[in-house]
Design a protein around this ligand. Structure first.
Ligand SMILES: Cc1ncc(COP(=O)(O)O)c(C=O)c1O
Length: 403
């Protein structure tokens, strides 16, 4: 990007990049370039022509990069050693590499740019997406399921062809079963799927994570089936999604409830703190004629909806400290709250909080989180993550396990 017509060496670099199929967006002023980098995300590499007279504008451009292009490689093009010596330290800090455009050959510079873009793509792409794109590039035949065989099957009928054209080839080429060993298996948590789950755990601050394509309803039921049997008691938020009720039906567990407040307009408030206390829960268990039939009186699982449908959020430590007295597993249904970890205003108000002291306290406790990523974050519908944090083994009182 430069403020005027490029010098011939830069023009040659641009031409060579284009001849290799790269798209180059040219900006005639640093101001234009600064607006472009703020409004456009699809940038793999930035070439910046140094001009000591325009230092203020170049600094602004470099500052703006931090908004959307924190890690995008930036190459500074200088004409001479003298020119290089005038480069501002702030600008230099952000630059990946400097080229003396009159000294190095065009071919060498273009090669270094392409290598930098390849490295950048490797660090930018999450593991599963990178593996799927690589797989699509290899153009493997699909000899088994799915029956559409990379989308070709749809092209045999007029209506199928419309469907195929609507979504495009890549979605069908990468729609595959677990028998395609090159990507590993979602069921065994191996290969790119396993790497992806480790990556998700890191991003969301969990010890382990599992990805599901059965929606958060499926994730909630999965957790409940892993934690509960018909010999167990479950402490349930009355303001829970119906999948929690389904989980109770599937497992046969006996619920005792924490009932949130509700005002005259029907707006549901929070669970009163008192209802999370060990004393209150003991009382609920004592009063339940179904719980009376069970030998094990200590609840095996608890569930809290966070945030609630009315937008209320709970202090994660308070939930953990209070419910933790009655039960070793706390399930936070954060279906609508996947973004909570990424904005400081929600600090402490969600399940996966990272504090070492807190982690020591959690040695006995197990936090389970269902994140309905598709609700409030960008992904295809039905993707959900289960994130697990805490003790290495589940409740000793139960023989079931999530691992
Ligand atoms: C709190 C909560 N949990 C679970 C679900 C179920 O999500 P899904 O539709 O992905 O099964 C919902 C859906 O509205 C929800 O609001």
């Amino acid at each position: 990007m430069t403020h005027r017509q490029p010098n011939p060496a830069i023009a040659r670099i641009v031409e060579t990049l284009k001849s290799k199929g790269e798209k180059v967006q040219y900006s005639y002023s640093y101001q234009n370039a600064a607006s472009y980098v703020v409004s456009t995300v699809a940038i793999d590499c930035i070439l910046l022509e140094w001009n000591a007279h325009d230092i203020a504008q170049i600094r602004t451009l470099v500052e703006r990069l931090s908004l959307r292009h924190d890690q995008t490689p930036v190459f500074l093009m200088v004409k001479s050693a003298g020119d290089n010596a005038s480069v501002d330290a702030e600008v230099m800090n952000r630059v990946t590499e400097t080229f003396m455009v009159l000294d190095d050959t065009t071919d060498f510079i273009v090669g270094r740019l392409q290598a930098a873009v390849n490295r950048y793509e490797k660090i930018m792409m999450p593991p599963l997406m990178a593996a799927m794109m690589e797989y699509a590039k290899e153009k493997e035949y699909s000899w088994s399921a799915p029956g559409h065989q990379g989308g070709v099957g749809f092209c045999k009928t007029a209506v199928g062809r419309k469907f195929y054209d609507f979504y495009g080839e890549n979605i069908f080429r990468t729609d595959m079963g677990i028998e395609r060993a090159s990507l590993g298996s979602m069921l065994d948590h191996t290969g790119a799927f396993g790497e992806s789950e480790k990556y998700i755990a890191r991003v969301f601050g969990a010890h382990r994570s599992y990805s599901l394509v059965v929606g958060t309803s499926g994730a909630n039921r999965t957790i409940m089936q892993a934690c509960l049997t018909d010999k167990n008691i479950a402490i349930c938020d009355r303001n829970s999604h119906k999948s929690i009720e389904q989980g109770l039906m599937l497992t046969g567990a006996t619920p005792v409830y924490m009932t949130p407040t509700r005002n005259a307009y029907g707006i549901i408030g929070p669970i009163p703190k008192k209802q999370m206390s060990a004393e209150y829960i003991r009382g609920q268990v004592a009063e339940s004629r179904f719980a009376a039939l069970l030998e094990e009186k200590r609840p095996a699982y608890s569930i809290v909806t966070n945030c609630t449908y009315d937008g209320l959020i709970y202090n994660g430590d308070i939930i953990q400290n209070m419910l933790g007295e009655s039960c070793d597993r706390i399930h936070y249904d954060e279906a609508w709250f996947g973004y909570s970890r990424f904005n400081p205003i929600y600090k402490g108000f969600h399940a996966m909080r990272d504090d070492k002291k807190r982690m020591r306290k959690m040695l006995r406790l197990f936090s389970l989180l269902t994140l309905r990523i598709n609700c409030s974050m960008r992904c295809l519908r039905h993707l959900t993550f289960i994130c697990v944090k805490g003790a290495a083994t589940l409740n000793r009182r139960s023989s079931t396990s999530l691992t």
